[in-house]
Write a protein that binds this ligand. Structure first.
Ligand code: MG
Ligand code: ZN
Length: 240
């Protein structure tokens, strides 16, 4: 998967002969990415834009969550959305149907968004001052963890149709997270998903992290999520 983007050290170590060289390539790639990410972050802070990077595996319900959140909150705040997928404009179309401007980035063979893609998208989207920017990353629990986009917070979405041991299997992304949203909880009666165990695994990887349980489809737990967004928005200019 990451062969096209060159972001996995382990993959290079197993596939390439020149081990040392591949590792320095990764370091350069991430250094370039971090530089642009910090320029993005400065720009967001100057303009009072709260940028959130949404990360998950494919099919966790990211777009549904964003659509429901936009419908509920767009009378109180201004929003812009960047959608990342390998192909299609489908998710951006779903966002636009709410009336919120959305820009689709197709990464082709690439499996994550990077900070240059986001800064180019900003030139087209022109987010308003004092607004939210939602960035829906490519569905992938591996390399998006490595690529800072300049966001204020990384929000990892885990649905109850996945295993409760995802935090143990993909520790990097859960360790990078600022908040975890456990989605599709309306399906719990039909599944053997153990929430307590999931929470325990998550705390093992990232002690103290908050997890909000919700169902966007059935509008369960959404008030907690909206409270989190409102508090983060109010504090957006004070954070480090
Ligand atoms: Mg999506
Ligand atoms: Zn990647």
């Amino acid at each position: 998967m990451c062969g096209s983007c060159g972001c996995s050290t382990e993959l290079h170590q197993t596939n390439w002969q020149g081990k040392g060289r591949s590792i320095s390539l990764e370091v350069d790639l991430l250094a370039d990415n971090n530089e642009r990410a910090s320029a993005n972050r400065d720009w967001f802070r100057e303009h009072g834009v709260l940028a959130l990077n949404f990360l998950s595996s494919p099919g966790s319900g990211k777009t549904t969550l964003l659509v429901q959140s936009l419908k509920a909150l767009q009378s109180d705040y201004q929003f812009m959305v960047i959608e990342g997928d390998q192909q299609t404009d489908n998710d951006a179309e779903r966002i636009r149907s709410t009336g919120v401007p959305a820009l689709q980035i197709n990464t082709g063979r690439g499996c994550h968004l990077d900070s240059v893609m986001v800064s180019r998208a900003l030139e087209q989207l022109h987010p308003l001052d004092n607004s939210f920017l939602f960035i829906e990353n490519v569905g992938n629990l591996v390399c998006p963890a490595l690529f800072d986009l300049g966001e204020a917070f990384k929000i990892v979405i885990l649905s109850v149709t996945e295993g409760e041991d995802k935090p143990l299997k993909y520790p990097d992304i859960f360790n990078a997270a600022d908040l975890v949203l456990l989605t599709k909880i309306d399906l719990l009666p039909y599944l053997r998903f153990d929430i307590d165990r999931c929470r325990e695994y998550l705390q093992r990887i990232k002690p103290g992290i908050a997890m909000i349980q919700l169902s966007a489809q059935e509008e369960m737990g959404m008030a907690d999520w909206y409270r989190w967004l409102a508090a983060a928005f109010d504090e957006r200019c004070q954070e480090d």
